[in-house]
Design a protein around this ligand. Structure first.
Ligand code: ATP
Length: 482
C-alpha cells in the first residue's frame, strides 16, 4: 500500500492535486485539482452519474444551489445537531475532535525512561510506565479542555447587510436541496414510487481537524442519491442499495479486499437515521469511510413540510391516500472516491532492474486515454503522421501527443499517470528510402507492456475494443506481437 506522503508528492508532481493557495503558504484544508486531477475526478463523477441516473429508469438528476433559505437548516436539524465535540490543548492550543482522539498516535514523554519521547498508537498504554493518554496527543504536555460542541456549518450573509436576518449557510450536504425540491420534481416528471433523485455538488464543513490529504477537507464534493420508497419497503430497499453501491467500486477496478462494510452502532446513528452502513476503504491511514448509506425514514420531508407549511407528500393511487415516503440515502464523496481510486491504482514494479511506477486505472477513469508518441522527432513524416493521428483520436478519447523525451522515458511518464494505451509511430509506419511505408502503428498496453502492431486504418476500431478490456483477444489475433 502506498503511503500518503508518496501519493501527495506524485499528485503534485504529475498535475493531479495541488494545495490550495500554495504560493501563500497553502491551506491544509482545501485542495485544487490540476489538469490530470480534474479529468480523473470528472471521470469518477461521470461514471457515477451514468450508472446511477442515466442507466436507470427509476432515477432523475438535480442541480440545486449551494446557498439556501436559512430555515432549511433549522428544519433539517443541522443548526442544532450538526456539531462535533471539540477540545483544545491548554499548552499548544491545538484543537481536536474529542471523539477521534484515540484514532491517532499520541506523543508521550515517559517518566520511567527519563522523559524519553514516544509515539504510541491511540488508545494503547505506554509499555514502560503503563500510562494512558491524558494530555495533548500532539505536544504531549498540555491538559485538554472539556469538550464543547462546535457547529460545522460555514456561516455567511446574503445581500449587503450583515445582520441576523441575512444569515445563511454554505450547505454541509447536498441532500437538503433534493428534499426541498421533492414536490417540484415529482410534479414536473410525474414520478411514481419508488424513485430516486440524484445530485453531485459541492458541500462545505468547517471540520475541526481536516487532514489526510483530500480525505477530509473543508470544501468537497458529494454524489448523493435520495431514493424514495413506500414506508414498509424501506428496509429491503436499504439492503439493495448497500449491495449495489458496494459492487460499484470494484466495477471500476477497485480491489475488493480493500473494501468493507461497517454497520453503525445505535448510539452512533445521525439524528435522522434508522440504520446506516458505511462502505469503508483501506486508505493509507487505515479503514475509513468512503460512502454512507442511511435509511433517513420520513424525517426530512416531514420536517420541511412542518417548517415551510407546504405539503411534501405523495398520492398513492392504489390506497387513494396521501403518504410521506421513506428515503434511502447513498451518500458518496467524489473526492474520497477519487483518492481511493488513486491509492488503489498505485503500483511499484521492477522492470529489467528499474523501478516502474504505474497507476493501474480502469480505462473509463484514466485521465488520459491515449498517448501518441513519435519514435523520432526529427523525422518530419513521423511527426506529421503522429500529429494527424492524435487529432483523429482526440475526437473520441482524450489523447495527448508527446515528443519531449526518449521513448523509454515517454512510456514511464504515461505509466505514472495511468494512460492505458500508448501508440507509437516509427520509421516503418511512414517508410524510408530502404523500405516502403507499412502504414501500421504500435499500440502498447500499460499493464502488461505488451505491444501489438495495427494497421493505421483500424486503430480506432482496435482501441475501442481495448477500452472495453479486450487486450488479450487483440494480442492473440495480432499479426505482429512483440
Ligand atoms: P466523517 O465521519 O468521515 O466525518 P460523515 O459520516 O460526517 O464523515 P457523511 O455526512 O455521511 O460523512 O457524508 C457523506 C460522504 O461525504 C462521506 O462518506 C464522504 O465521502 C464525504 N465527506 C464528508 N465529509 C467530508 C470531508 N470533510 N471531506 C471530504 N469528503 C467528505
Amino acid at each position: 500500500m502506498v503511503d500518503m506522503d508518496k501519493m501527495v508528492s506524485l499528485c503534485k508532481r504529475r498535475g493531479f492535486i495541488f494545495q490550495s493557495s500554495e504560493i501563500y503558504g497553502g491551506t491544509g484544508s482545501c485542495w485544487d485539482y490540476g489538469p490530470l486531477g480534474v479529468e480523473l475526478k470528472n471521470n469518477v463523477k461521470r461514471a457515477w452519474w451514468r450508472d446511477n441516473v442515466q442507466n436507470r429508469a427509476d432515477m432523475v438528476g438535480l442541480d440545486a444551489s449551494i446557498l439556501m433559505h436559512s430555515r432549511v437548516w433549522q428544519a433539517s436539524g443541522h443548526l442544532d445537531h450538526f456539531t462535533d465535540p471539540m477540545v483544545d490543548c491548554r499548552a499548544c492550543q491545538r484543537r481536536f475532535r474529542s471523539d477521534q482522539l484515540d484514532d491517532d498516535l499520541w506523543v508521550h514523554f515517559c517518566d520511567a525512561t527519563k522523559g524519553n519521547k514516544f509515539s504510541i498508537p491511540g488508545g494503547e498504554v505506554c509499555k514502560h510506565c503503563g500510562k494512558k493518554r491524558t494530555l495533548c496527543p500532539a505536544c504531549g504536555k498540555g491538559e485538554l479542555t472539556e469538550p464543547r460542541q462546535f457547529n460545522l456549518m460555514f456561516k455567511t450573509f446574503m445581500g449587503p447587510v450583515e445582520d441576523d436576518a441575512a444569515v445563511t449557510y454554505l450547505r454541509p450536504e447536498t441532500a437538503q436541496g433534493i428534499f426541498v425540491n421533492f414536490d417540484n420534481v415529482v410534479q414536473s416528471m410525474r414520478l411514481k414510487l419508488p424513485f430516486g433523485i440524484a445530485q453531485i455538488g459541492k458541500a462545505f464543513r468547517n471540520e475541526i481537524t481536516p487532514g489526510n490529504f483530500t480525505f477530509r477537507s473543508r470544501e468537497f464534493e458529494q454524489m448523493e442519491i435520495e431514493f424514495f420508497v413506500m414506508p414498509g419497503t424501506d428496509e429491503e430497499w436499504h439492503q439493495k442499495w448497500i449491495d449495489e453501491r458496494f459492487a460499484w467500486y470494484p466495477k471500476y477496478g477497485m480491489r475488493k479486499e480493500n473494501l468493507r462494510l461497517r454497520e453503525h452502532d445505535k448510539d452512533e446513528l445521525a439524528h435522522y437515521a434508522k440504520r446506516t452502513a458505511d462502505i469503508e476503504y483501506l486508505f493509507p491511514m487505515g479503514w475509513s469511510e468512503l460512502e454512507g448509506i442511511a435509511n433517513r425514514t420520513d424525517f426530512d420531508l416531514k420536517q420541511h413540510a412542518q417548517f415551510s407549511g407546504k405539503a411534501l407528500d405523495y398520492f398513492d393511487e392504489e390506497s387513494k391516500q396521501k403518504i410521506v415516503p421513506y428515503v434511502i440515502e447513498p451518500s458518496a464523496g467524489a473526492d474520497r472516491g477519487t483518492l481511493a481510486f488513486l491509492v488503489d491504482a498505485y503500483r511499484e514494479e521492477e522492470v529489467r532492474g528499474e523501478k516502474r511506477v504505474v497507476l493501474n486505472f480502469h480505462p473509463e477513469l484514466a485521465p488520459v486515454k491515449i498517448a501518441v508518441l513519435p519514435l523520432l522527432k526529427k523525422n518530419e513524416r513521423i511527426v506529421e503522421t503522429a500529429r494527424k493521428l492524435t487529432a483523429e483520436l482526440r475526437k473520441r478519447w482524450y489523447t495527448v501527443y508527446d515528443d519531449t523525451a526518449s521513448i523509454g522515458r515517454l512510456y514511464r511518464r504515461q505509466d505514472e499517470v495511468g494512460t492505458p494505451f500508448c501508440v507509437t509511430v516509427d520509421v516503418q509506419t511512414v517508410g524510408d528510402e530502404k523500405a516502403p511505408a507499412d502504414e501500421k502503428v504500435t499500440i502498447r498496453d500499460r499493464n502488461t507492456m505488451q505491444q501489438v502492431r495495427v494497421a493505421f486504418s483500424s486503430v480506432e476500431i482496435v482501441i475501442a475494443k481495448l477500452m472495453d478490456g479486450h487486450w488479450d483477444e487483440i494480442y492473440r489475433d495480432s499479426d505482429w506481437a512483440g
